[in-house]
Design a protein around this ligand. Sequence first.
Ligand code: ADP
Length: 461
Amino acid sequence: MKFFHSVRWRLQLWHGLLLVLALAGFGFTAWELQRANQLGRVDRELEERMGIVEGAMKPDKPPADDRSPQPGKIRLSPREQNLFDGMPGQVFYYAIWLRDGQQTGASASAPADIPRPGQMPGPPVFRSRAALRECFHDTPSGECVLVGRDISDEIAGIRRIAWLLAVAGGAVLGLGLAGGWWVAARALRPISEISATAKKISAGDLGQRIRPTDSESELGCLATDLNHTFAELQGAFERQARFTADASHELRTPVAVVLAQTQSALTRERPAGEYREYLEACQRAAGRMRGIIEDLLALARLDSAGSKPVAEPCDLDRIVRETVELLGPVAAECDIRLDLSPARCIGDSGQLARAVSNLISNAIQYNRPGGSVRITLDGGTDDVTLSVSDTGQGIPPDDLPHVFERFFRADKSRSSAKGHAGLGLAITKAIVDSHRGTIDVVSEPGRGSTFTVKLPARPKA
Ligand code: ADP
């Protein structure tokens, strides 16, 4: 059954059930209090008259005429008699039985067939018989005295109240259910909105967002969080698409070089020297392709979910020294100054060496002729800070936020001519991120740039 799975119906069912229980409890209590109140009033009247009847049975009661009352017989004054037979609309009656069960007296208003109550010494006992309310008890001398009254009016009144309570309860239930339905519909409206938006997004419209109705409510917060997630996903999809396009574009150039060179070499017979030149051009293009593919593979590995770097103690100062030594031939024109203090961190020394190498080779690459590179390393108990400063061309402020993006090159034509694909800093950032570190850059065009990497010295929880 579909509606048993609907949250709205389930809420409505629970709400209805609780409302019915609360109204029934309230109605029953109100009805019971009213009934007890009415019967209590009748019972007090009965007790009062029971006292009068018992008083009239006492042998020492002054006789209403010259004779003394016999056991089980009573003598009521006319005023007392009036309390039983003479009140229009409120007919009280009494009946008296001897110990042996024989009825010895009854008022004229008493019904003919009153069953004798069982022996009941002690305080008066009350009972209801059809539309009659009766009070009885045994006197010390053994007679049973019963006083009663017709309570049809009270029963009709109690029934009226029961009907009133039922009608009022029904109205409140109806209103409560309608109100609950409206509140549930309002509260759950964002869910329909979320579901409609999710459907549009899954159909390919990534720009769709949920219109949050009440951003303070739980569902409003959920809508805001989902919108944030959708924006992240859209960004990731767009980055992915751009990345694929950029990768294809980067690979297209060396492939075009290989095709053009081979085509041109094969147009006619050539001397061996010329073939060699064509082959060398193809080799350079293939080497460039290999570089790009290796970088892409490195990024894919770093991106893959769950990939964690090896966590081994690394001497960052040793890594920096070795990298500078390796780059020595490239850095011939640069004055590289080192200011290294011993710094240990936890991570993958191979990946960290690649990140350090990217930063230092950029500082050399984008430096001015005769410029200098300063590398400082500070080892702390919590963090290790590496900074690479150069005296090069710097990075324009507009480009600064993009330098860590994949395939970004501030000066496209110059960089690609030198075989730079714009993946170095993206790889460096991915490595630093995977080590739970941070990387920042400050740059002043014409004066130089400083890249600062912070890595945790201890594994982070
Ligand atoms: P590339 O392979 O092109 O060097 P990177 O990702 O290493 O790719 O760098 C991206 C871009 O950032 C470079 O093309 C360059 O424009 C800029 N850049 C990186 N490092 C420096 C630096 N030290 N000085 C000036 N510009 C830099």
